[in-house]
Design a protein around this ligand. Sequence first.
Ligand code: 5U1
Length: 699
Amino acid sequence: MQDLFAPPPPPPDLAHIEQLRRALHEHAHRYYVLDEPSIADVEYDRLFQELQAIEAQHPELVTPDSPTQRVGGRPLDQFVSVRHVVPMLSIRTETDTEASGAQNFDARVRRELGLNELAPVVEYVAEPKFDGLAMSLRYEHGVLVQAATRGDGEMGEDVTQNIRTIGQIPLRLPAGVPEILEVRGEVYMRRDDFETLNEQQRERGQKTFVNTRNAAAGAVRQLDPGIAAQRPLSFFAYGLGAVTPAAAGGPEFGTHYDMLQALKSWGFPVSALVGIAQGATELIAYYNSIGVQRDRLGFDIDGVVYKVNSLALQRRMGFVAREPRWAVAHKFPAQEQQTQVLGIDVQVGRTGKLTPVARLKSVFVGGVNVTNATLHNLFELRRKRVRVGDTVIVRRAGDVIPEVVAVVAPTLGTDASALPGPRVPYVPNFRMPRQCPICGSAVVREKTEVNHRCTGGLFCAAQRKQAILHFAQRRAVEVEGLGEKLVDQLVDGNVIRTLPDLYRLGLSSLASLDRMADKSAQNIVKALEKSKQTTLPRFLFGLGIRHVGEATAKELARHFGNLDAIMDASEEQLLQVNDIGPIVAKSLRTFFDQPHNREVVEQLRACGVTWSEGPPAPVAPTPLSGKTFVITGTLPTLSRDEAKDLIEAAGGKVAGSVSKKTTFVVAGTEAGSKLTKAQELGVAVLDEAGLKELLNGGS
Ligand code: 5U1
């Protein structure tokens, strides 16, 4: 009911409303697109809330391009169909993942343009092929009025409500843009956003998404814009649809590249990886260069796109069906493939963790032949309902271990040639073994844990192998050249049983191993000799005590100064160490309470392994104590390891991912999603010079 005694709202100050909207648009562009926030988050929130309050008092003044209109809207029953005035084209795919993919395209372009061998090279624009879903954004008089999916190219779906929630998509364009402007590009989800989303889904007991593309598509096709707003999406622009024709005041571009630059100047995100390539040779170089960077990018791509740069030549070449003759997508090896589960084995890790691993019919995924994929743990395996004989999707993206993402077809039996069909009852469900498959010790699972573990400790050959590899790794004592194959040979052949046995290896026992040349054996002996001089944190980390990572090992070394003090410290004393909680304290105590672990330490000492020890660190706080850093990108002079060492030496901690607990992100060139995340969370960002200043006592 209207309150008749309430004072009437003050008359709206239209100029102020416009000023607020302009400021918010500008700040959103700097934040989401340029990655250069110009005001603090709290200040942005203040302006936003001020505008929201005014609009609440004067709902008649709310416009669709107001920054407040990104969130909200009512859930829809269904999406409305939209006709694309200019059809959304698809792109011909070159599946040949060799250099010939680029050569074939260039040869075709030259043929169609009637260019002989003597004619100059053709200029192309090369772009990443983003793994998301195509979107057409329609602006009228500079205001976003519609966002539509591709659909069949002629008719798409109106998903404007959901697309408005994407911070990178401008709701309003600067003055001077064409009256009608349709911008085409790809909506996608960044990898870190995908990981966070899946983690949240898991915590809520909801279905996880198979890959970034599915997650992005699910968000775009979400009928409730409130839910869509919680799914973090991003956008890259790469083309135009309908545009006010040049004759009616629209822009006239000479090249595709110029058009992309205009899109950028109008506020759209355009990938920094877009480049110009002269002829097939440079296309191949581009393909290879993006291929090398692929795993490090913050988002998934499935190939690159080549386009003839000159728009006049594009017009001359035209289309076949719905595909332009002047463009091609040159695919990378797929990161997902289907194959069949031939068996389910169990692998035992360094800490005794048992991992169910699917043995697969060999399949080429993400550039390598994959024959095994992790099923993580018994609960994941059950959730995905994987059984021997099933046809599954296997994914190998980046450096991550290949994993089984889903069952596509339960099959009959284990016959690899069997067609998909109903699951037969006689394929038994996988069960975790009660005894370790390697050493026969009991397998246990604590109530609060998802993982099963072998209780055999160093009695278990699998754990011994992993323990040796852990001890020998670069960030522990570093025995160069001691890799998995060699350790397998040494342990399986009973040449070594314990860590100290490593230092008892003679040249002759090494040289007698299969496929071991004299020179390689000498190198291993030299590397072992070199590894004997180490540091206390490296040695402690190398022992492989559960929950004792590098940072904890450094804290322990700093606090106690020598190994004997650590070995003899009570849980209460261990709890005094910076960042050590009850779980780590208990784990350390348990480890050093086992006589065989103490014996290993003594024998290593007897073999000549030494480390520098010193007095406990002074109690005074070090300049970076209590501060957590994340390093991203390439720093001008320091390697990441050097930066990490410096930070830790000054009492700081280095973490792998950005969260609200991060104090600083140290960013170099080509910093990716971690930098964006830092900006989103309002975490302070430093360059190398800033870090050095901090290390020298600045604040
Ligand atoms: N980067 C990029 N992706 N992509 C997809 N450019 C690009 N262009 C496309 C498509 C379907 O189509 C045009 C060639 C019409």
